[in-house]
Design a protein. Structure first.
Lengths: 101, 161
């Protein structure tokens, strides 16, 4: 296995997540696709750390930070979605247009 | 040889389950395939000699984030409508495939500088890098503070008035 395999795998996962995040209606599914994109970025960083600077391990450190921020993002995002559902009775991203005029 | 077989299995499982997340019509099934995708990404981390990250991936994503997502799906009634696409479906497909083509073209045409083989065990070295002098201890504390603020903020957001 070389670096290029991991990078292409991460690019494919990122593209799938991007397609889902742009084209889905349900806000929870959009958050799920964003998690897939964050995982793809984690794979990229760890693959670079393994093949380019294997003795420094800075890529692992930054992957840990990405995982922490992704957990925080999922928590706040799902809390916002549930709070929107309480007031609007929907989580359809095309119908949440309170800030549109 | 074994590493290559493991890589191909995990890579194909992760790509197929990520496509299932996007294309399945049942939201609960999408969430379950998302868990499978997280697990296979953990396997990819193991093939990259990142054991601690694989364990953290299983604990945080498979254990916590997916339970949170399943809870959010069951708390909102959107599941009856299924996993619908909006009217940006074709432009999003074009944009994502164009992005993928550009990225793969530039990846193949770049000369990557590959260095030597890594140490067998990275967990101890990772702890040294994180917590020793000149490490990332302050950044880690700030990240923990961000996580605490996120927890408190989400509690305030979903609390009944």
């Amino acid at each position: 296995m070389t670096l290029i395999h991991y990078l292409i795998l991460a690019a494919v996962l990122f593209a799938i997540g991007l397609y889902g995040a742009v084209s889905k209606r349900n806000a929870v599914v959009i958050l799920m696709c964003i998690e897939v994109m964050l995982n793809a970025v984690c794979i990229t960083i760890v693959a670079f750390s393994r093949y380019v600077t294997p003795l420094l391990l800075t890529g692992h450190v930054f992957a840990i930070f990405i995982i922490i921020i992704a957990a925080a993002e999922a928590t706040v995002g799902l809390a916002i979605i549930i709070s929107i559902y309480r007031t609007n009775k929907t989580v359809d991203a095309t119908k949440i247009d309170l800030l549109k005029w | 040889m074994g590493l290559e077989i493991a890589f191909w299995i995990f890579a194909s499982v992760s790509v197929v389950s990520a496509m299932a997340v996007v294309f399945l019509s049942n939201v609960i099934r999408s969430a379950l395939f998302l868990i499978l995708c997280f697990l296979s990404v953990a396997g990819i981390f193991i093939t990259l000699n990142a054991e601690f990250l694989a364990a953290a991936q299983v604990l945080i994503y498979v254990g916590a984030v997916s339970v949170l997502i399943l809870l959010a799906i069951t708390l909102t009634k959107e599941i009856q409508h299924g996993n619908l696409f909006n009217k940006l479906r074709i432009p999003a497909l074009l944009a994502a495939s164009g992005f993928l083509g550009v990225v793969i073209y530039s990846l193949i045409n770049t000369d990557w500088v590959i260095s030597g083989t890594p140490p067998e065990q990275t967990t101890v070295k990772l702890a040294d890098t994180l917590f020793n002098n000149g490490g990332y201890i302050l950044v880690l504390e700030i990240a923990i503070l961000v996580l605490l603020v996120a927890i408190i903020g989400s509690i305030i957001l979903v609390r009944e008035k």
